[in-house]
Design a protein around this ligand. Structure first.
Ligand SMILES: [Zn+2]
Length: 109
């Protein structure tokens, strides 16, 4: 059984793969299968917004810093995040401490 390809632009199921790109004959939208795969490895904030290296984020939850008595308050601004090998975690510095934050507790901006 063949997979049905759904056009992300118009939801048509007439889209087909031409060997390089997916093409939708209904709205002429073309997209690459590699792009979609890459995107899943990009860290995303709690809303699903892709994060970029160097972005500023805000905590959406009080977080206790492991191995210390420090609790970072919800609403704390974190500047200049750095990516790690894990798309669910980012490196950053808060109040002079180098810590790793889960992206699910972050909001971009
Ligand atoms: Zn389409």
């Amino acid at each position: 059984m063949e997979d049905v390809i759904t056009c992300p632009a118009c939801n048509s199921t007439n889209a087909y793969f031409d060997g390089v790109m997916y093409i939708c004959p209904d709205c002429m939208y073309e997209w690459s299968p590699e792009g979609a795969e890459e995107e899943s490895n990009v860290p995303k904030d709690n809303n699903g917004t892709p994060l970029n290296e160097g972005d500023d984020v805000t905590l959406i939850k009080d977080l206790k810093v492991k191995g210390s008595s420090v609790t970072l308050k919800r609403g704390t601004k974190v500047k200049g995040i750095k990516f790690t090998d894990n798309p669910e975690e980012v490196d950053c510095r808060v109040e002079g401490m180098a810590i790793v934050l889960k992206t699910c507790f972050l909001k971009k901006g």
